[in-house]
Design a protein around this ligand. Structure first.
Ligand code: AMP
Ligand code: MG
Length: 527
């Protein structure tokens, strides 16, 4: 583990780094620096300084990300203040971005960074990265809220975004986690039960935090000149591979956004991730998993599972709905781009293409989870839907099921073999469903064009052994509140190798106590 000395040296380097501000320099902004809540037409951001905190303390630093950003240790002095928002260096022009969004299916108008402030960009050899503080105090977009974040949600974002990175899922990343030494008042389940909780700040990193909503607000305000500029700038900076001119270039780009969004969601389905609040302001224009809030990994397989209590009535953001919600959000993005075209025909054709792209790549991914050489025949498609039905009917733990399936040949009795992946005893009919499925599966596997060994290799690369389950996060957060950072550090180490062979409590199914524990199985947006 890194010593605190090394960590603090790294921090000092950031304050010496030269920040660039290409977004701010390119686009019109509201430069007043005022924090009061207001509507900001005709601009894409408002400059605003983070609000200093009382006693910032560094809880975590992502060394590997630091290295990627060119921030490697030196022997200087400590500067956690910068990661806490208490220090702004000369090369920074901190700002909050203005964006809109569709929340739970309805247009919400202007939203914007209410508790995130971008400090600036670090330009590396081939790319550039925004450094953004989440929980750094009020901005013009904070509306009635405080611009702060609680420790529990910050720990969740820090660990989960890093865990997703190591799982191979496109995501924003977390550079540091700092406790603020200040308390934040929250009504965790909107029941009127106000509580003071410790506050924290995550420094998160992405090439850009632009969202679908960044484009939607410009279209809604009929600010088409800014809209075209933003599209062109996004392509120039983050999609250099896009070819063509004029309309064709924008269409090629939109198609790529659709495909990146599909790829991201297919990864979510692969590892069992439920985002929980896929509003269009939480959809990255780069196809990154963004804005970690009431998310959860799946324990027992339930396609209609949503971890977000606000989403419970409609289950709009349930696990298996994420593909179609992705499309719904892309439709809203297409509507925002429509004013740049003579008609909608070509945009609509691309949206239709999303469905076939998604379907083809989803089945290919599922084939790999099962260790198939290809997914071509109707029988293969059927095996994949039978797997879905089996997991659903028997409430299998999705992750543990696929781990066990790799070595199923070694089982003399499939029912007892799969016991560690089940949450309840099976009845006679269910036992038969399971044994029939295994027979079918082994029969199909025997027809692969390559060896079973090769098939298992594929499965082990695509099926994680370790996933960051909510109860593990919950335990780590509870321990941190008691001043014990042991479980948090253990998770930080564990997330780095999610496909390695593992044993022990961290890779077991969710314990019973966690099933209905608030803040563990059920979460809200109140963070
Ligand atoms: P979310 O659903 O978390 O992405 O948030 C939706 C909108 O509410 C975004 O514009 C956020 O910036 C804003 N927001 C959420 N929490 C806070 C907070 N504590 N203070 C200010 N704005 C917030
Ligand atoms: Mg958001």
């Amino acid at each position: 583990m890194k010593s605190l000395m090394d960590i603090t040296n790294v921090c000092h380097q950031i304050s010496k780094a030269s920040f660039k501000n290409s977004f701010v320099n390119k686009f019109p902004g509201d430069l007043s620096g005022e924090k009061s809540t207001r509507s900001t037409p005709k601009v894409l951001y408002s400059t605003v300084d983070p609000s200093p905190v009382k006693r910032p303390k560094l809880l975590a630093w992502s060394e590997s990300l630091g290295k990627e950003l060119g921030l490697s240790p030196s022997h200087d002095q400590v500067d956690v203040a910068l990661l806490a928002g208490s220090l702004v260096v000369e090369s920074m022009i901190p700002y909050a971005a203005c964006y809109g969004g569709h929340q739970f299916g309805h247009w919400s108008g202007q939203l914007g960074d209410g508790r995130a402030i971008t400090l600036g960009e670090l330009h590396c050899e081939h790319s550039h990265f925004e450094i953004q503080l989440k929980g750094a105090g009020p901005t013009p977009y904070s509306r009635r809220a405080d611009g702060r974040a609680v420790l529990r949600s910050s720990v969740r974002e820090y660990l989960m975004s890093e865990a997703m990175h190591y799982l191979g899922v496109p995501t924003t990343r977390a550079l540091s986690l700092v406790s603020s030494g200040e308390s934040v008042t929250r009504d965790m389940f909107y029941t009127g039960d106000l509580k003071d909780e410790p506050g924290a700040i995550v420094a998160r990193v992405a090439p850009s935090f632009l969202r679908f909503g960044s484009f939607e607000i410009l279209a809604a305000r009929e600010e088409y000149e800014n809209l075209v500029e933003l599209v062109e700038w996004t392509i120039d900076n983050f999609y250099p591979e896009i070819i063509g001119e004029g309309e064709e270039r924008i269409l090629n780009w939109f198609k790529e956004v659709c495909e990146r969004t599909a790829d991201m969601i297919i990864h979510w389905l692969r590892v069992g991730f439920v985002h929980g609040v896929m509003n269009s302001d939480n959809m990255s224009i780069l196809g990154l998993t963004i804005d970690y809030g009431p998310f959860s990994m799946l324990d027992d397989y339930n396609p209609m599972f949503t971890p977000n209590t606000t989403d419970l009535p409609g289950r709009r953001y349930a696990f298996s709905k994420q593909a179609s919600i992705g499309q719904w959000n892309l439709e809203r993005l297409a509507e925002s781009l429509a004013p740049l075209f003579d008609n909608n025909i070509k945009l609509e054709a691309i949206l239709v293409g999303y469905q076939s792209y998604f379907s083809e790549n989803f089945y290919s991914m599922m084939g790999k989870k099962l260790g198939l050489d290809e997914v071509k025949s109707d029988d293969d498609h059927q095996l994949i839907s039978q797997t879905d039905q089996l997991l659903r009917k028997l409430n299998f733990d999705m992750t543990l099921f696929f781990n066990l399936l790799s070595d199923v040949e070694s089982a003399s009795d499939p029912v007892s073999y799969f016991e560690p992946a089940l949450y309840r005893e099976l009845n006679t009919e269910e036992k038969k469903i399971l044994t029939d499925y295994i027979d079918l599966y082994l029969d199909r596997i025997s027809k692969n064009s390559f060896s079973r060994r090769a098939s298992i290799e594929i499965m082990k690369k695509i099926n994680p052994t370790f996933i960051l389950r909510n109860h593990l996060l919950f335990n780590a957060i509870e321990a941190l509140a008691r001043g014990d950072n042991g479980p948090f550090e253990e998770l930080r180490e564990e997330i780095v190798n999610p496909y390695a062979k593992k044993s022990g409590a961290l890779v077991k199914r969710r314990p019973n106590w966690a099933k209905n524990t608030p803040g563990c199985s059920t979460l809200s947006c109140s963070s």
